[in-house]
Design a protein around this ligand. Structure first.
Ligand code: GLY
Ligand code: MN
Length: 359
């Protein structure tokens, strides 16, 4: 990966002049990881046309030496003091920073000590934009993460019975994914049964599964830094006709949206395709979130696949497609896959069957 990190830093260095910046200051962990491979909790990077300087504290000195291929500074105190001395030494004037990614405290401590002629200029979203297009190595990692996630689902879903608690299934899913190679879950695993499945982001409880309940499982792994995301539904018993119809509606919406994914397609169009299918079933008003999101080093990254989004899909984007319907007091249904955009459509990475699984 080291060549890839260096190429990413070089791309930023080349882009500074067009943005009228002398430097870019990166403080956000996933962006630092993208530019250097560093996985610690405290780091910063100053990129100029000629240099890339990475800052961290002594806890991460060994990791930085092993992983970070550019210049390194080990700060004795707050990183801001060392960043400021580099800014002074290099006589930098306009320094881009990531407003949504830096605490007010860090911003203030930098701003009040800047040399007279230097200023901080908002340059948010630049690295995130670069991150939307995944390299072959990144796609391979996402694929491995997806495969681990799906295998963990298969192993844990086989143990589902009436009486099992939501929390126990969540714990089983997370244990299995770690045993299969994940570092950790990519987000808090969602397991919710019956009326609670209508909460799109429910937290698992001690409630035992009961016959006649639908169970939503939304889970993701993080493996080699990269996330996966999948939602599947289980039913305890034999589903009634209303449930089967709603499930069919969501599945049709999901398949139609996947079919609309291709390089050049507008994200809002992919979202509209899913929404239109649900409208045909009178369920569009129960679809209360966007159709999907990018994922990679973070579980939620640009682009968002929503009604108001103005992105176009491009080859190499990794996104989820996850329409859902939520009917309070009844149930919620969501079906989600992770896919990678190609020239002619997309590669569906998620291998798990989308048949409603009855146990
Ligand atoms: N899978 C959780 C989410 O996308 O919000
Ligand atoms: Mn998702």
């Amino acid at each position: 990966m080291e060549n890839e990190f260096a190429a990413r830093r070089a791309a930023v260095a080349r882009g500074l002049a067009a943005r009228k910046l002398d430097a870019l200051l990166v403080w956000f962990s996933p962006n630092l990881r993208y530019l250097s491979g560093f996985t610690g909790s405290n780091g910063a990077m100053l990129l100029t046309p000629e240099r890339a300087i990475f800052f961290t504290d002594p806890r991460y000195e060994i990791q930085a030496r092993q992983k970070v291929g550019c210049e390194r500074r080990i700060a004795k105190g707050p990183l801001a003091a060392d960043v400021l001395s580099a800014i002074r030494r290099l006589k930098l004037r306009r320094i881009g920073y990531e407003p949504g990614r830096m605490t007010c405290d860090t911003y203030t401590s930098l701003e009040k000590e800047l040399p007279m002629k230097a200023s901080l200029a908002a340059a948010g979203g630049w690295i995130e934009e670069l991150r939307t297009i995944k390299s072959a190595e990144e796609i391979a990692r996402i694929r491995r993460s997806v495969e681990t996630n799906s295998r963990a689902f298969e192993q844990a879903a086989a143990r589902v019975r009436p009486g099992m608690k939501e929390q126990d299934l969540a714990a089983e899913l997370e244990y299995r994914m770690r045993r299969l190679g994940a570092e950790k879950p990519a987000f808090e695993t969602i397991v919710a049964a019956g009326v609670r499945s209508a909460l799109p982001h429910a937290q698992p409880t001690a409630a035992p599964f009961q016959t006649g309940e639908l169970v939503v499982v939304d889970m993701g792994a993080q493996q080699d830094g990269y996330c996966s995301d999948m939602t599947r539904m289980l039913f305890l018993g034999t589903p009634p006709a209303k449930m089967k119809r709603a499930y069919r509606a969501v599945l049709e919406a999901q398949l139609a949206a996947i079919d609309a994914v291709r390089a050049g397609a507008r994200t809002a169009r992919v979202d509209a395709v899913a929404r239109n299918v649900l409208k045909g079933y009178g369920l569009d008003r129960a679809f209360i979130h966007s159709t999907g999101h990018g994922l990679g080093l973070e579980i939620h990254e640009p682009p968002r696949i929503g009604r108001r989004d103005r992105h176009r899909l491009a080859v190499g984007m990794a996104i989820t497609i996850e329409p859902g319907v939520y009917l309070e007091g009844w149930s919620g249904i969501r079906i989600e896959d992770t896919v990678v955009v190609t020239g002619s459509g997309c590669d569906i990475l998620t291998p798990t069957s989308k048949e409603l699984r009855c146990v």
